[in-house]
Design a protein around this ligand. Structure first.
Ligand SMILES: [Zn+2]
Length: 337
């Protein structure tokens, strides 16, 4: 990926020499590790306060850009474990009107019903003490046949009430096209996806895309409807061609635990070449448990495993990757305003 390699170089230059210095250390670590996955998640024994920044201490605070916390039997307990694993922010993603409503309610409840304040950047990350919870509203392509009307009603209700921002809604989705399972007719999937691209543009929200075996239609609908300013390709599993096409239209690639799977060789190549300012990390929990925790239920805590694996592939220490993905999520979901 020639053009993206160039862009990566530009980002490194902009980020400054401290980033490049750490790169050498991480490259050594990468050579010494044969497994595709990164090390075990860094969990402190007593995470009651943030440690002062020190090269010898783990200070990473992570963002899980895509999880389904509302599917957990005890979302508050799951979130407490994530906080102990140094996850400072999660985005709880809706897949239909009911799960989107639950995501909004959870985001509010688990944030202590506080009015959302603009994010102050990574230096002010809440760390182990607090955790930000945000929500998305949308209709998954599997359920496109149900129609979008109840999702639109929810958006209208929230807009007319406290407003989308006060309700912690940061994106439309997950939406898109899934031609692998074809759980809804393809023409219906296309119509419902196009309408949700329109909703993201109308409400000035990010767009979270699920696409599988449908790249041409996904990109042509985006271009026809107008690519939202902040467009996220969730659980990116395309090859270098697809990555290049997504980046060309200004999209961000969100990488999941799939990067740790033994057969994900091409995807790891994409991670290696993805510009630093265009990547996010996510768990998609409770699905897609990363190596070495396969066979167990996934949870937002495992975003540390995904982040470590991505950091190793890119040649950065986990702390650097955590900071970069934190700031990228802030931009992608419009959290700095
Ligand atoms: Zn999902």
């Amino acid at each position: 990926m020639d053009d993206s390699s160039d862009r990566t170089g530009q980002v490194e230059q902009q980020e400054g020499s401290w980033l490049r210095r750490r790169r050498g250390t991480a490259r050594r670590a990468q050579r010494e590790t044969s497994a595709p996955a990164g090390p075990e998640p860094v969990v402190e024994a007593s995470p009651s306060s943030r440690s002062p920044v020190s090269p010898s201490q783990p200070t990473a605070i992570w963002t899980d850009s895509h999880c389904h916390l509302q599917d957990e039997p005890d979302p508050a307990a799951t979130l407490a474990l994530a906080r102990a694993a140094r996850v400072g922010r999660v985005v709880c993603v809706g897949t239909d009107a009911a799960s989107s409503r639950r995501a909004v309610i959870l985001a509010s409840e688990l944030s202590g019903n506080q009015a959302p304040a603009p994010s102050m950047g990574y230096a002010q990350a809440p760390g182990a003490r607090d955790i930000e919870v945000w929500a998305t509203v949308g209709l998954h392509p599997h359920d496109a046949r149900a129609g979008l009307s109840s999702v639109i009603e929810l958006l209208d209700e929230l807009s007319a009430g406290e407003g989308l921002r006060r309700s912690r809604v940061v994106a439309i989705g997950e939406c898109g096209l899934d031609y692998h399972y074809d759980n809804s007719p393809r023409d219906v999937q296309r119509d419902v996806f196009a309408a949700q691209v329109g909703l993201a543009n109308r409400h000035n929200l990010a767009l979270v895309i699920h696409t599988r075996e449908a790249w041409d239609d996904t990109l042509s609908i985006l271009e026809h409807e107008g690519v939202p300013e902040r467009t996220i390709f969730h659980c990116f599993t395309g090859g270098e061609q697809e990555a290049r096409r997504c980046l060309r239209i200004g999209g961000l690639l969100s990488f999941s635990g799939i990067v740790t799977f033994a057969n994900a060789v091409e995807l790891r190549q994409v991670v290696t070449h993805c510009p630093l300012d265009c990547l996010l990390i996510e768990t998609d929990s409770p699905f897609l448990t990363p190596v070495p925790h396969r066979g167990r239920r996934n949870s937002p805590s495992n975003v540390t495993v995904v982040g470590n694996a991505v950091g190793l592939l890119k040649g950065f220490e986990p702390e650097v990757l955590a900071a970069v993905s934190w700031m990228n999520a802030e931009k992608a979901f419009g959290l700095g305003v």
